[in-house]
Ligand binder design. Sequence first.
Ligand code: NAG
Ligand code: NAG
Ligand code: ZN
Length: 308
Amino acid sequence: MHLLVLSALISSFLNINEGADWCYQSQDPCGSHCKGPDHWQDTENADKCAGSSQSPINIVTKRALLNDNLTPLQFKGYQDAFNSYIVNNGHSVKVDVSTRATVSGGNLLTVYKAVQFHLHWGKDGGPGSEHTVDGEQYPMEMHIVHMKQDYSSLPQALKDPTGVAVLGFFYEESPSSNRKYEPVINALKKIKQTGTNVTINIPSLNALLPPPKNMTNYFRYQGSLTTPGCTESVVWTVFEHPVPLSKGQLKAFSELKFKSGEPMVGTFRPVQPLNGRMVYRSASNVVLASAVLLTFSTSAAIGLSWSN
Ligand SMILES: *[C@@H]1O[C@H](CO)[C@@H](O)[C@H](O)[C@H]1NC(C)=O
Ligand SMILES: *[C@@H]1O[C@H](CO)[C@@H](O)[C@H](O)[C@H]1NC(C)=O
Ligand SMILES: [Zn+2]
């Protein structure tokens, strides 16, 4: 009893928890060992986590404003193979992009180059994406982090309110496995422990994405990094069409371990308030298809009446 009081006094005096590492809700069920999402702003250089333009968000499709400037993105170098490391960094799995791959167009201000990609997931293929769409949480979400091509480091780009562009891709469970993901899934077995890594050959970034015709539908808004420091310098592009993975492939991510040795699951931040921000959506190809049809039938009708 006395010892408990004493140790509580000492730890509050020394601010022992002050430097405690941040963690996800899944790691901190009773708010004791580490700082969960509600306390990220109390970790080092993370006061922005309490800011008003935070990510992720719930995307309400009905309220997303159609923006004709959100044309298909232009990808360069996304077809190239590259060698890199896949790392268990204690919060996620991350792969640095070691080839020149860029994205532009779609109302982005300039050309952004890919820096790294990482994922967020649930438990054994259960809900785990960071963004949600009309309240639906997908089993997993990939973030390809880009920075304006003139910057040489992410910290530098994060000082610019539009310095970073992140592309977000959802996953969905499919009956068959996605062979294009085999290099990533196979590597997971070798990096179960936090702090470990293994070399990986990525056949191409394209191979990890939906086919181009399924990437015309996306959402755009201004937000933040979804991990501390939560810097509000991110132009978000969240694609509507998910990437298919089998249940087994999704479950493979739950085999990874946090630093504590516990399964690395629930690696997502809860959705954050919009606070009046606008969410835009690209012209959907479904609408486009019917517009073409309408134009065609109108001109056919005009042609018919003229010929009469
Ligand atoms: C991979 O692990 C080795 C050995 O622990 C370490 O020296 C190296 O810095 C790590 N590389 C990356 C990219 O994390
Ligand atoms: C592309 O989108 C169509 C229509 O939603 C879907 O049926 C198809 O499975 C998607 N293809 C892939 C590889 O995601
Ligand atoms: Zn992320």
